[in-house]
Design a protein around this ligand. Structure first.
Ligand code: ADE
Length: 225
């Protein structure tokens, strides 16, 4: 699976994909993540990618030409299933959308900045607009990293224990049960006895009850359907 991310701040996306699971997925050849500097597609000598908004108002608007040039170039090289624009006014991202996107082949992701991007980019090229939550960040780079991380870990062969993505909170309807590791007693704070018992059916029952209780307390909306 290939991601092409278009941004004015490529440096912001150097680190998120260079560690742990995302790095391993790229080394195994399961995921390819390519970051493009939008300025390289600017037609003018100052490499500008934004301009004043028609009709007045504060803030700059990202221009259509550099986006069009970069997207057209990519599309001439391969077929893309999606062109996703990261924006706070998009559809709120969740596990179901991550699952859907994890079976795509090639995805372009556009990162916005300033006041926004020329509406014609959205009208002509974008197939989906995604928000990562009801808050406004400085740009779409961190949201793009969130999106790619959530998708890549779902691709078969990426996680060493393939069942572990399936048991994540949000894949089922319940949040995960609490987990513990050694020591069994830390300054008098003990691990629940049941987890030391070796009684697998009882441990499973305990985990289910804990999951249910945690979900009731924290996310009753997940149980209300
Ligand atoms: N760009 C700025 N804020 C954002 C958000 N919450 N989600 C996606 N893209 C964004």
């Amino acid at each position: 699976m290939r991601f092409d991310i278009i941004t004015v701040l490529p440096g912001l996306l150097e680190s998120p994909f260079a560690h742990s699971i995302l790095q391993r997925a790229q080394k195994k050849g399961i995921a390819e993540i390519v970051v493009h500097n939008l300025r390289d597609y600017s037609a003018n000598k100052h490499k500008t990618v934004d301009d004043y908004p028609y009709g007045g108002g504060s803030g700059m608007v990202m221009m259509i030409e550099p986006f069009a040039a970069c997207i057209e170039k990519l599309k001439s090289e391969r077929n893309y299933d999606e062109v996703i624009f990261m924006t706070p006014d998009g559809v709120t991202f969740n596990q179901q959308i991550a699952n859907q996107l994890s079976v795509r082949e090639n995805i372009i992701i556009l990162c916005g900045h300033y006041k926004g991007i020329d509406q014609r980019v959205r009208d002509l090229y974008v197939t989906r607009e995604i928000s990562i939550g009801d808050y406004v960040l400085s740009g779409g780079e961190l949201p793009a990293a969130v999106l790619v991380d959530a998708i890549v870990r779902l691709i078969p062969g990426v996680l060493s224990d393939e069942t572990s993505a399936l048991s994540d909170s949000f894949q089922g309807e319940l949040l995960d049960a609490p987990v513990y590791t050694r020591p069994a007693d830390w300054n008098g704070h003990k691990v629940p006895d049941i987890l030391l018992s070796g009684n697998t059916p009882e441990i499973e029952k305990w985990r289910f009850e804990q999951s249910l209780e945690r979900t009731k307390q924290r996310r009753p909306d997940l149980l209300s359907e």
